[in-house]
Ligand binder design. Sequence first.
Ligand code: SAH
Length: 354
Amino acid sequence: MLPMRFIHGLFKSELKDFCTSAQWPAFRCDQLWNWLYVRRVARWDAMTNLPRAMREVLAGEFRIDAATTDESASLLAADGTRRLLARLTDGDSVEEVLIPARGRNTVCVSTQVGCRFNCVFCASGQAGFRRHLAAGEIVGEVLLASAAFGARPSHVVFMGIGEPLDNYDEVIRAVRILNDGDGLAIGARRLTLSTCGVVPGIRRLAGEGLQIELSVSLHAPNDAVRSRLMPVNRRWPVAELLAACADYTRATKRIVTFEYTLIRGCNDTPEHARELADLLRRFPCRANLIPLSPVEEFDGRAPDERTARGFQETLTRAGVNTTLRTSRGAGAKAACGQLRFRRDEATPPTEPHP
Ligand code: SAH
């Protein structure tokens, strides 16, 4: 038997095809889509204007519960950031982060259970890689966030556990579903994908015709330092990565943001700042400096504030638009690089993901 599909992993056009083949009138698809993404109910029997027979067929064909949570597993940091545990149907869980701010509600979603890239300063890959998330599970994370916020999020960032471009098809499918104008309708420019530097993925993304924002985790101004921190650099070194980013901007007219985690004594010296400025002044881009968040498995520290400000100033003086961000969520172990996946051994796998 084929595994059940997640309803939240379907495009509206695919759902329309399903409704047509079931010989339901076209307006039924609009009603269903509205229940899923505008009213955002989590149960078939809540869809009261659909005939019972139709709901039964849907329930036999699709899962509506790709991601679930209970509030007791949610952790609130002093700054208002909240970490949610998204339970998946096979007993795995991933973390997501809700970041409320005045006028905007951002959710940071995971794209894989674990990660294969093993950046030395990041907790997300420390327990290895288990599997990709399906699009319906990623959309499910956003729906959990909507329920927790009490409103649809204004922004979604693909910056949780996992490497989005390593799970390319499902992530882009999720992007298009979140972006659907009749559904959650999250504008492309309010969707940000972050990559550790998977060059073929960046090149492919440039051809999608999507207006989403791209962030690249750079973290070092040269191959020697970067390869030590991020093994991915041995495959796609700095020059290749930056060339792909410059091409991305030429193709999409979207400016890339380079994330740079400042690690004391490792990549934060004035010399590193000058080297970085020299790389980034050559094409339109932004830099976002983030002091390292503490992670058990990595014994690095963030620089003091003066060093961080000096680093920022060097870049700014070179004409690189640079922000220095204090990472939020540390009190709930929800800051950059602190997210982990779980496996609930008490829950046997129910359905393999499609
Ligand atoms: N795999 C993608 C998506 C994860 S985004 C990527 O690497 O971009 C998570 C961001 O947090 C990345 O920029 C990552 O490098 C950064 N990060 C990881 N560990 C961190 C830590 N301990 N402190 C600060 N930032 C960290």
